[in-house]
Design a protein around this ligand. Structure first.
Ligand code: BEZ
Ligand code: FE
Length: 311
């Protein structure tokens, strides 16, 4: 790949001669030298990524006329993000989420395909090896919250049912915590099930409630400094896989949740993913005859359409 020459503008008042022009020339000459340093990269894609990163990074520094103190603070911030990251906590992913970068990567890699269900952010709380349930069983595992009957079908973009799709579901309890955020090894609010011969599925979960992303670390400090809320709109996570189909990672959101108007801290909301969770009074017969005593419950429908793997 031939190396691009830089075209960024220098300081705003740059003229063709004088101190400002000399300053711009020096800044641009540095960028060109950095670009040239990657000229022998054997992997063409890596070279493309590094060239673009260098151009955008230098453009940012020049655009805001970054001070040395600010650059130092940025490095301290990224150091703190690394230091708090471990097997259970991924602060870099959280940073990517609150900057909207996670959603942008998802959008770029999951192009629209007809009526295919839209994707959204994965989040850090998915766990491999969740228990399997059969159609109609309960994922809550004792997690606190209002019962919610969730049902739907899995189909492809031609409307054909997809039997035996693997449907992973996970959600926070009514206190806003996932099972993995407790120290007692509980498994609750998560399971997987398979669509039946007609592509249908159903399970009992919990009516989703809003909760904050972890905000006791550097990402939380960034949100605080910028007066942003850490709260996510109420949601229930899905990951759906089937042979020949593009893997779908998504959520459904709750119609009427006030947080939808305030904004979701990781920009995950898409209108097509908002569902009505219909409130049912206590005593209303349940779809599967389950006796909920005097508890209220909700029900919702989420028909899933998977894109073809090569779409
Ligand atoms: C979540 O929905 O579980 C989540 C997503 C992004 C950041 C933190 C949590
Ligand atoms: Fe979540």
């Amino acid at each position: 790949m031939t190396n691009p020459t830089i075209t960024e503008r220098g300081p705003e008042d740059a003229k063709t001669s004088g101190p400002a022009a000399e300053q711009a020339r020096r800044e641009e000459e540095l960028i060109q030298r950095v670009l040239d340093s990657f000229a022998q990269t054997p992997d063409a894609r890596l070279q493309e990524l590094m060239n673009s990163l260098v151009r955008h990074l230098h453009s940012f520094i020049r655009d805001v006329r970054l001070t040395e103190g600010e650059w130092d603070a940025a490095i301290q911030f990224l150091t703190a993000v690394g230091q708090i990251t471990d097997d259970r906590r991924q602060e870099f992913v959280l940073l990517s989420d609150v900057l909207g970068a996670s959603m942008q990567v998802i959008g770029v890699n999951n192009p629209a395909d007809g009526e295919a269900t839209e994707s959204t952010v994965f989040g850090p709380f998915f766990v491999e090896d969740a228990p399997e349930i059969r159609k109609g069983e309960d994922i809550s595992g004792g997690a606190a919250g209002q019962p919610s009957w969730v049902e739907g079908t899995v189909r492809n973009t031609r409307g054909e049912p997809i039997p035996d799709a693997r449907i992973e579901v996970w959600e926070a309890d009514e206190d806003g915590f996932y099972d993995v955020q407790y120290d007692d090894q509980r498994v609750a609010g998560r399971a997987f099930l398979r669509s039946d011969a007609d592509g249908a599925y159903a399970f009992w979960g919990l009516t989703p409630t809003p909760y904050p992303i972890p905000h006791d670390g550097p990402v939380g400090q960034l949100l605080e400094a910028t007066k942003r809320s850490p709260v996510r709109a109420s949601h229930l996570h899905f990951m759906v896989t089937a042979p020949g189909c593009r893997r779908l990672i998504t959520h459904i959101f709750v119609e009427g949740d006030p947080q939808l108007d305030v904004g979701d801290s990781v920009f995950g909301v898409k209108d097509s993913l908002i569902r009505r969770f219909e409130e049912q009074q206590s005593g209303t017969p349940t779809p599967d005859g389950r006796d909920l005593g005097d508890r209220t419950w909700t029900r919702t429908r989420f028909d899933i359409i998977l894109a073809d793997a090569d779409a």
